[in-house]
Design a binder for this molecule. Structure first.
Ligand code: CA
Length: 228
């Protein structure tokens, strides 16, 4: 599966060079040109990696990094820092960045860091043989079956698609809008209640205690996150 990268860089020329190079390596690249835009995109779309410049208009890369981690997103972050700013590197790592690269950098070095981070990161398709076991719960993607302690749990086709999408993006916060688009194929955000209803139903069926969900968590103001 092609991996999704969010590139946050305000210098248009460097941004274009990076986008071209990353796309030539078959990454799917989205970009943001300032800190606000970066935060909006990071919170609504599932990315495998974020390349984050420190010096940005509106909100610095540090602030973006801190907010992303505060929201519970575990997407790996590679910070791009200015030359010689050792304090920047330390600050970035303290705020939850995974690695940093000093400008100007060689493209080969950037690609190597990106690859290394993606290898270490939790894979969106980490389950083997199409079967995933979470405690006593088993989800068989190939057989489209869900069971607990060997006893089948009946899910509707939509519920199954929803749980599949959540598990494929486990650990990432997914907004209702993205779920509507990816699971239902809707483009409008007017049916977000539909998502909530289905999530509630899934919790009834999959959680040990639907009132205290341990698998499908609500991320206040952002969406849902599958953990486990
Ligand atoms: Ca910059």
């Amino acid at each position: 599966m092609n991996q999704n990268i969010l590139l946050v860089e305000d210098e248009a020329a460097l941004r274009m060079t990076l986008i071209d190079r990353l796309r030539s390596e078959d990454y799917i690249v989205s970009w943001a040109g300032d800190g606000d835009d970066a935060l909006a995109k990071a919170g609504t779309l599932p990315f495998d990696l974020i390349l984050l410049d420190v010096m940005l208009p509106r909100r610095s890369g540090f602030e973006v990094c801190r907010e992303i981690r505060k929201a519970g997103l575990i997407t790996p972050i590679l910070m791009l820092t200015a030359r010689g700013q050792t304090a920047d590197k330390v600050a970035g790592l303290k705020l939850g960045a995974d690695d940093y690269l000093t400008k100007p950098f060689e493209m080969a070095e950037l690609l190597a860091r990106v690859e290394a981070l993606l290898r270490r990161a939790p894979q969106r398709n980490a389950y083997q043989n199409g079967i995933i076991d979470i405690g006593s719960l088993r989800i068989d993607f190939r057989g489209t079956e869900v069971s607990r302690d060997g006893r089948a749990i009946a899910l509707s086709a939509r519920e199954f698609q929803l749980v599949r999408y959540l598990v494929e993006h486990r650990g990432a916060t997914i907004s209702r809008g993205v779920l509507l688009k990816e699971v239902w194929g809707y483009n409008a955000e007017t049916y977000t209640r539909t998502v909530d209803v289905h999530i509630a139903s899934l919790r009834q069926k999959l959680e040990e205690d639907a009132k205290q969900p341990a698998l499908i968590l609500t991320v206040q103001g952002l969406g849902y996150k599958f953990v486990g």
